[in-house]
Design a protein around this ligand. Structure first.
Ligand code: CUK
Ligand code: CUA
Length: 640
């Protein structure tokens, strides 16, 4: 039996490899499918604005990018877990602390999922949250400035592959892709089974500020806990997460982790566990983690190293955690807008399993269990099943909803998006994607109120979709119109890094809160000046502080003498402008950091350690006026 399953799994992998190689002939198919007025439907006339913002994960670029939809125009790249020369992020004194971790300065991260804050289950447009997989961290981007405001490291975790936001943004729930010794220790990898754990981390979010704090970790048995979604509506207070590798294999997972006919989805009552912790339950565990915050008044980031987290063993909270069996290596696990249906996608299966929350509640009430695993009750599969979507495609991954009773699921292996009905689980429509789609996104499609007009498919393989650019092609996203019965492909556009996931929101819910300037009178930077008469150069040993201003089109001071080789020069540069969209830049020859890009009303600091005697130029890097070219100066460096 096991061998047959092994062959089946390997067979699917073989199919996947094939599907990656047959790209070229699909092109005509996509053109043929297009209606004649497609261009009009994605055209945003010069000066007009898009209807939606799309926030796209940048995967291994460590960044998030902001696109306008339906045009597919790139509006901004927001550095989160990466240094970004364009924004000066992660290079200067004010932003370096954002990338501190308990492992030191880690200027790269693998940014996977993005999600927008919610109030009463609806998108509220205040914050976008994200996380990274490699050195587990979660982050908040503030949508008044479109800047990263906070990064919190997740200790006792590895492979923070996904996270979920509860319907009032009470919690971010961070999963773990790798089971690990918990707490970490030196032990034989062969002894993984039963000894490795998969902690789920609950990060509490302050409803006013968006501030994040680790509340507790549920130390789940050693499966790999992967994609999570919170309940909503009737299932609010619960969360559902897929597991894979219930075999607990540590080697050759492609075969060894695909043997069991069924893995599990975890149903977890987080409200119950949060109450248990609030009432003094749980065990304190040693842990060290960095908590980094960016203050928009001082324009400065700080790192606080924290110690200790609260952990909960699920068996100490009876009635809070259950397993639901699901066929073949589940990947996605998505909850419909009503909170009743939980869709599980076994990526090595050719069907979708839909569970009913009402039936789950009933089964728990009746203690209708099929035994247990690790003391966690297993709910009887047949008793909680709402329905099965039969033969929808191969390799189902992720599902989103249009709010009109339909679900849309991506199929990685057969490269398509399939629309099916939540009322009878029948397939309604299917459209190819180019190629090998991972996630899909409908604005609000994982909330109680989807805006079911567009769907974006995010593809893993690009092949012939764009002009060739050498061996590497940018990933592609594809925009579909889903307002009618049939989906229509409207647009391809390239993305930055790997677009694991995206979140979309009507522009009207965000744009009126977007800040235009930082007010100079609110600037609380330690080294700010408010007019040119306060600019100066101060020496303290071999540390030199230059209090500098920038305004169209000069620096003050613009000629600096008295600097010596071996000095450490801090340029504290304030942009005195109070007009929208007039940043100035600052660059110094030979500086091994990026430039500074300083917004009106803000102050930023660059450190320069002159190595050579001479008279060295500095200049503004951002074209700011007709006299931008004249915005320059000199620093005289004398021998030590
Ligand atoms: S995902 Cu996991 S590799 Cu399906 Cu959210 Cu990108
Ligand atoms: Cu200031 Cu260019």
């Amino acid at each position: 039996m096991k061998n047959i399953l092994k062959i089946a799994a390997v067979g699917l992998l073989g199919f996947f490899m094939q599907s990656c190689n047959n790209g070229d002939s699909n092109d005509k198919r996509s053109r043929g499918a297009m209606a004649s007025n497609v261009a009009e439907r994605v055209y945003v006339a010069p000066g007009d604005h898009d209807e939606f913002y799309g926030f796209f994960s940048g995967g291994f670029s460590g960044q998030m990018s902001v696109y306008g939809l339906p045009s597919g125009r790139l509006l901004k790249v927001i550095p989160v877990f990466s240094q970004d020369a364009e924004k000066g992020y992660g290079y200067n004194e004010g932003t370096i602390p954002m990338l501190n971790t308990s492992y030191g300065f880690v200027p790269w991260g693998d940014l996977h999922h993005v999600d927008i804050s919610q109030t009463n289950g609806e998108l509220d447009g205040r914050w976008v949250f994200t996380h990274e997989n490699n050195t587990p961290r979660v982050a908040r981007i503030d949508l008044n400035t479109f800047e990263t405001g906070e990064i919190l490291e997740i200790p006792n975790s590895a492979g923070n592959h996904s996270f979920a936001i509860t319907e009032n943004t009470e919690y971010l729930i961070a999963g773990t892709r790798f089971a690990i010794p918990s707490p970490q220790r030196d032990m034989s990898i062969d002894e993984m089974k039963g000894n490795f754990k998969g902690p789920l981390t609950f990060v509490k979010v302050d409803q006013e500020t968006g501030g994040m704090e680790i509340d507790f970790q549920v130390i789940m048995p050693g499966f790999n806990f992967d994609l999570a979604h919170p309940g909503r509506g009737k299932s609010h207070g619960w969360m559902f997460a897929t597991t894979y590798n219930s075999e607990e294999a540590s080697t050759l997972l492609e075969v060894n982790a695909s043997q069991n006919d069924k893995d599990f989805i975890v149903a977890l009552n987080w409200q119950k566990i949060a109450e248990y912790v609030a009432n003094g339950g749980g065990t304190k565990m040693d842990a060290e983690y960095a908590h980094n915050k960016f203050d928009h008044e001082t324009h400065t980031a700080t790192t606080e190293m924290k110690k200790g987290i609260m952990t909960v063993d699920p068996k100490d909270v009876p009635g809070a955690v259950f397993f639901m069996p699901i066929p073949k290596s589940p990947h996605g696990c998505d909850v419909d807008p009503t909170g009743e249906y939980i869709v599980g996608s076994g990526k090595l299966a050719a069907e979708l399993t839909v569970f009913s929350f009402d039936k789950i509640t009933q089964a728990i009430e009746n203690e209708d269990y099929d035994g247990d695993a690790y003391n966690i009750p297993i709910l009887n599969y047949d008793n909680i099943l709402a329905g099965i979507v039969r033969e929808p495609g191969l390799g189902p991954l992720h599902t989103e909803f249009d709010g009109k009773g339909n679900a849309y699921t991506t199929f990685f292996i057969s490269s398509e998006v399939v629309k099916w009905s939540l009322s009878d689980f029948q397939v309604i429509d299917r459209k190819p994607t180019y190629y090998s789609v991972g996630h899909l996104m409908i604005p609000g499609g994982n909330s109680q109120k989807p805006f079911g007009k567009y769907l974006v498919a995010m593809n893993k393989i690009t092949k012939d979709r764009y002009l060739p650019t050498g061996p590497e092609m940018n990933h592609s996203a594809q925009l579909y119109d889903i307002s009618g019965d049939k989906m229509e492909l409207l647009l391809d556009f390239p993305t930055i890094g790997e677009p694991h996931y995206a979140a979309g929101i009507p522009a009207d819910l965000v744009k009126q809160n977007s800040k235009k300037i930082y007010r100079l009178d609110e600037n609380k930077h330690k080294y700010k000046v408010t007019n040119e008469s306060e600019t100066r150069v101060e020496r303290n040993g071999n540390e030199v502080h230059v209090y500098m201003t920038m305004v169209r089109s000069h620096f003050a001071p613009d000629n600096i003498e008295g600097i010596k080789v071996g000095d450490k020069v801090f340029f504290h540069v304030t942009n005195l402008e109070q007009d929208f969209d007039v940043p100035h830049g600052f660059a110094m020859i030979g500086a091994n950091t990026a430039e500074l890009l300083v917004m009106p009303g803000a102050t930023k600091t660059m450190v320069w350690e002159p190595k050579k005697v001479g008279v060295w130029p500095l200049y503004c890097t951002d074209f700011c006026s007709a006299l931008h070219q004249e915005m320059q100066g000199y620093v005289r460096v004398s021998p030590a």
